[in-house]
Structures are given as structure tokens and as C-alpha cells.
Ligand binder design. Structure first.
Ligand SMILES: C[S@@+](CC[C@H](N)C(=O)[O-])C[C@H]1O[C@@H](n2cnc3c(N)ncnc32)[C@H](O)[C@@H]1O
Length: 194
């Protein structure tokens, strides 16, 4: 089923390297780790005039998103099946309106924390790809991740914890965290020119 969806829908919504051509004139939003695509599709449907690039490495997640895009007849989303760092590096500098990172893999064990996406090299890459005034939106239900992210973003960014914005829907993944008693932190961060 996943492979069928991929083969049929990839030519419609998929983008392959090099990715620079996906940036149009209207300010692209990149969502990193779109998972099963619930937030991606809902947010794209709510803003039909805004182009979105979903980046996901997990084939089943990519296939699920492709099916949602078809079901909801969305035309403002394209999908990259690649590592987020590879995709960001391929995009032109200062080209993105927003980078979304919703519930990145937590890597909770101390010895694995280096695998977390939010590290100084990653945030520097994001900063270089955001257009002036562009924003990084991070949401996580791992309090240690949020704390570390705020430490990383203290250098070169203006970052603040915000209430969950109404435009970010609660995904099944997030709901599981809420049901388990975890609280969610949303962070908006703006790169300081410099
Ligand atoms: C915990 S899930 C959250 C999914 C979704 N954002 C949500 O809120 O339901 C993290 C997702 O990020 C993806 N991911 C992890 N590292 C990635 C990377 N370097 N590039 C692209 N996707 C990545 C994983 O495959 C996974 O689907």
C-alpha cells in the first residue's frame, strides 16, 4: 500500500534533489519531519496561498502524507523524501518564510542527545535559509529538548516560548504525549541579523 501510494503520487507531489527549484516567489515554508502529515495537510488547507515543502525520511510517513494531499486535493504542498539537512543545504540562502519542526525525534538518552536535530550547526543552517523576518517554529513535548533548544537559540536568535498557536493542529503523536502527561512547548525564534 505504501509503495503503491509512493509510485502513483510521487510524480504529482514529490520533489527530488536538487531542491532549489521548489522556491517560488511567495515565501516557502519548510516543515521538517512531517511524520504522517496530519499537521502538514491541515495547515496547508488553512492557507491555500502559501507554499509548503514537507521533508520526511520515513517512507510510510511520506506515503501517508501523499495520500492526504490527494484526498484533500491540496496543491500547495510538495514533499521531499530526504534528510532535512541535505534539503536545507540545497535551498537558496534567505529564501524561506518559516521552518517548522514539530516534535523532532527526542533522543532522550544522554549518550544519544548529539543525534537531536536542534544543535548549533543546524540552527545556523536554518538561520542562513530564512528570509529576513523569517521564523523557526519548534514544538516539542520533551522539556529537556525545549530547554536545550532555548540554550542553542540564545546565540544569534530572539527566541520565546509561546502558547500553542491556533494554526498548529494537535497531531496523534502530540496527543499521545499529552495523554501521557507531558506538556508541550512551542518556541518561535527569529534569527538576529549579524
Ligand atoms: C517524532 S516524529 C514527529 C512527526 C510529526 N512532526 C508529528 O508531530 O506528528 C519525528 C519525525 O521526524 C522525522 N525525521 C527525523 N530526522 C529527520 C531528518 N533528519 N530529516 C527529515 N525527517 C526527519 C522522522 O522520520 C519522524 O517522522
Amino acid at each position: 500500500m505504501s509503495q503503491q501510494a509512493l509510485s502513483r503520487l510521487w510524480p504529482v507531489y514529490g520533489v527530488d534533489a536538487p531542491y532549489a527549484g521548489v522556491v517560488g516567489e511567495g515565501g516557502l515554508i519548510v516543515e521538517i519531519g512531517s511524520g504522517m502529515g496530519e499537521a502538514t495537510a491541515a495547515m496547508a488547507a488553512a492557507t491555500p496561498g502559501v507554499d509548503l515543502l514537507a521533508v520526511e525520511v520515513h517512507p510510510a510517513g511520506v506515503a501517508a502524507l501523499l495520500r492526504r494531499l490527494e484526498e484533500q486535493d491540496l496543491t500547495n504542498v510538495c514533499v521531499a523524501r530526504d534528510d532535512a539537512v541535505v534539503v536545507l543545504e540545497a535551498l537558496p540562502p534567505s529564501s524561506l518564510a518559516e521552518v517548522r519542526l514539530f516534535f523532532p525525534d527526542p533522543w532522550p538518552k544522554e549518550k544519544h542527545t548529539k543525534r537531536r536535530l536542534v544543535r548549533p550547526d543546524f540552527t545556523a543552517l536554518v538561520a542562513s535559509r530564512l528570509a529576513p523576518g523569517g521564523r523557526l517554529h519548534l514544538a516539542t513535548d520533551v522539556s529537556a529538548y525545549a530547554e536545550r533548544a532555548l540554550e542553542v537559540l540564545a546565540d544569534g536568535w530572539t527566541a520565546s516560548v509561546v502558547r500553542r498557536p491556533a494554526h498548529r493542529p494537535v497531531t496523534r503523536f502530540e496527543q499521545q504525549g499529552l495523554d501521557a502527561g507531558r506538556s508541550v512547548t512551542d518556541i518561535f525564534a527569529y534569527s538576529v541579523p549579524g
